[in-house]
Design a protein around this ligand. Structure first.
Ligand code: NAP
Length: 226
């Protein structure tokens, strides 16, 4: 079965396309209105996915922040937070990470066959651990597994490597980018999409601009992947 959920990436970058500094630590890029927009996107999603790189550097909880949105989800018969998913080949998610500690709701860690058995075992009491892929997580199969559990709408919150792998695998439908009002610079600072990169113009996914929204100090660009 090839059915997969609708997948969108949401990210915030500096005016020069960086999503973090050369130290790869979390920096507040967007403004207050944008925080609210992101919260709304989370509340409207069935699952939120991040890469292990983001968990290790930013320790995000990925919870829905607004009480009203949490209550609306509960009224709809959902958990107050979407399923939080980590793409983590080697089961490196720290047991005390906010994603495992904060807020109610399901957590799923997708690991690969390369993950040490003892780490899978100790994480299993904090989250559901599912194995897919040999050395790294098979992203297509991960999305299919989520789809089979009723997940229809997936929000991807980075980082740069996971964004690349999903785009390169043609597994993304839309891309939303908050473009901020400062310059970060740095050869080694992560950008919206890192990974191997495309060499040939014909291979590069083309985007169709569906919306531009002016925010307090930056703007949000919404793209559809053709
Ligand atoms: P990442 O994209 O969060 O995670 C990448 C890791 O996922 C890989 O290194 C790999 O580690 C694991 N993985 C497992 N299976 C994979 C697969 N099939 N394809 C690709 N990756 C797979 O890490 P990152 O690129 O280092 O990005 C983190 C940076 O992004 C941080 O600096 C963070 O602050 C920033 N960030 C910014 C935003 C923003 O919106 N501004 C949002 C999120 C993150 P294993 O092999 O160990 O599993």
């Amino acid at each position: 079965m090839n059915e997969r959920p609708f997948v969108f990436i949401n990210s915030a970058m500096s005016a020069d396309g960086k999503i973090s500094t050369i130290e790869r630590i979390q920096v507040r890029i967007s403004d207050d209105i944008d925080f609210d927009r992101v919260d709304d996107l989370r509340a409207g999603s069935d699952a939120i996915i991040v890469g292990i790189g983001t968990v290790l550097s930013d320790d995000p909880s990925l919870t829905v922040k607004s009480d009203k949105r949490q209550k609306d989800r509960i009224k709809r018969g959902e958990d107050e937070n979407p399923i939080r998913v980590v793409v983590d080949s080697r089961a490196r998610t720290p047991i005390n990470s906010d994603i495992l500690k904060k807020g109610k709701g399901e957590r799923i860690l997708f690991v690969s066959e390369a993950a040490p058995e003892e780490d899978i075992k100790s994480l299993s009491s904090h989250a559901e651990v599912l194995v897919t892929g040999k050395d790294e997580v098979d992203l297509k199969e991960m999305l299919q597994k989520l789809g089979r559990r009723g997940v229809k709408r997936v929000m991807v919150e980075g980082g740069a490597t996971l964004n690349w792998a999903l785009l390169a695998g043609k597994l993304v439908d839309e891309l939303y980018v908050y473009m901020g009002y400062f310059i970060m610079g740095g050869n080694d600072a992560p950008t919206l999409v890192d990974g191997e990169g495309y060499k040939v113009r014909e291979e590069m996914p083309e985007l169709e601009l569906i919306d531009i929204q002016k925010m307090q100090r930056g703007m949000v660009l919404k793209w559809r992947i053709r």
